[in-house]
Ligand binder design. Structure first.
Ligand SMILES: *Cc1c(COP(=O)(O)O)cnc(C)c1O
Length: 372
């Protein structure tokens, strides 16, 4: 049995009749950039995330850049984040000429270990980017305490965490900025690239709107240098419709996670001692990924791939060890938990339409590997 890591086709079938007439309507209107469809999407996402403002952007990556630009962060500034994240988090900091400063992760959640933040703050520190990895939020009480003590901006990288909650508050509603991605493989994906920046402050939101459009306000008059970070109407319309289904899809992901826990407990056999299942510490984990730690990870990976079970490593090389960041001067051994996670983690299929048979086959295949 083939088990894909992600299959979006069953999901599309469910919403096809809602989406296709709307896309056709936009095509016939020939109104593609920003406009009412984007405003509608922004209002819906702001409400969903429990924030006052949301600004539609071209991607999650550009959202991070926009937030950093809005705060004037650049050369000479330091931004603290995790080395165990998707490249875009750290790429955004580097592209603006600022210096990424890393703190290691908590081995249980794979999120930035907020107890290490204080020690990383210097007079040059301007911001913290906590990344809510795999769909589970960082300890935001600890992050906000350090930020308030040192007057730092907090930009939540919530690309994997839409609808996730920390003590009842949603991702993107606690820091100054929340950056979301609508890349198709995220829990709320559009039909291309897209993203959203959520904000709590009216003045910051106004500046973000201007910067999104080359800093133009009024048209052709520029107080700031911005960029083209505009969301388009087709993507916004898809997101607005899919958002109405998101809670159902999230519930299916959570049920899939519980099913894996049950299957590993009942049928995992020898795998019980060789595999560590994800720990859900926050009150709403949305399982963008279901990531286990596995002994003999690379052999297990090959075994599962040989059976055409879709698995992936998020992420095989922590960012402090990437060639492009060599000049930051970090070395192997600097962030041992991130390095260990990069060697031990495997993401299993968790998408909403994963069937019982598929999940059973995944667990049986892992149990067989460790039995053999
Ligand atoms: C996907 C992702 C991004 C980037 O989003 P794009 O829309 O692909 O640019 C940023 N950070 C994290 C943690 C992500 O998973």
């Amino acid at each position: 049995m083939k088990v894909p890591l992600l299959d979006l086709k069953p999901q599309y079938k469910q919403i096809q009749d809602e989406i296709e007439p709307l896309l056709l309507e936009i095509c016939r209107s020939q109104a593609f950039i920003l406009g009412p469809k984007v405003q509608e999407c922004e209002a819906a996402v702001a409400a969903y995330c429990g924030t006052d403002y949301a600004v539609g952007v071209t991607s999650g990556s550009d959202g991070l850049i926009l937030a950093l630009m809005a705060e004037g962060i650049g050369a000479g500034d330091e931004v603290i984040t995790t080395p165990y994240t998707f490249f875009a988090t750290v790429g955004a900091i580097a592209r603006l000429g600022a210096k990424p400063v890393f703190v290691d992760i908590d081995p249980l959640t794979f999120n930035l270990d907020a107890t290490q933040l204080e020690a990383a703050v210097t007079p040059q520190t301007k911001a913290i980017i906590p990344v809510h990895l795999y769909g589970q939020m960082v300890d935001m009480d600890a992050v906000m305490a350090v930020a308030q003590a040192h007057h730092l901006i907090v930009i939540e990288d919530a690309a994997q965490a839409i609808g996730s909650e920390w003590k009842g508050r949603r991702a993107g509603s606690i820091g100054d900025y929340g950056c979301f991605s609508f890349f198709p493989s995220k829990n709320l994906g559009c039909f291309g690239d897209g993203g959203m920046v959520t904000l709590r402050d009216a003045a910051k939101a106004k500046k973000a709107v201007i910067l999104r459009n080359h800093g133009s306000e009024p048209k052709y008059y520029h107080q700031f240098v911005g960029g083209n970070f505009r969301l388009d109407a087709l993507q916004a319309a898809v997101v607005t419709i899919k958002l109405q289904h998101l809670d159902g899809w999230t519930a299916a992901r959570q049920a899939n996670a519980e099913r894996y826990r049950r299957l590993f407990a009942e049928k995992g056999g020898a795998a019980a001692d060789q595999v560590v299942l994800p720990v859900a510490q926050t009150n709403r984990h949305i399982y963008n990924q279901f990531v286990i730690r596995a002994q003999r990870r690379d052999e297990l990976l090959a075994h599962l791939r040989q059976r055409e079970i879709g698995v992936e490593i998020y992420y095989p090389v922590p960012l402090h060890l990437q060639d492009c960041f060599h000049s930051l001067g970090y070395q192997q051994g600097d962030f041992p938990e991130s390095e260990r996670a990069a060697k031990e983690t495997i993401a299993l299929p968790i998408y909403p339409d994963l069937t019982d048979e598929m999940a059973e086959w995944v667990v049986a295949s892992i149990a067989e590997f460790y039995a053999g």
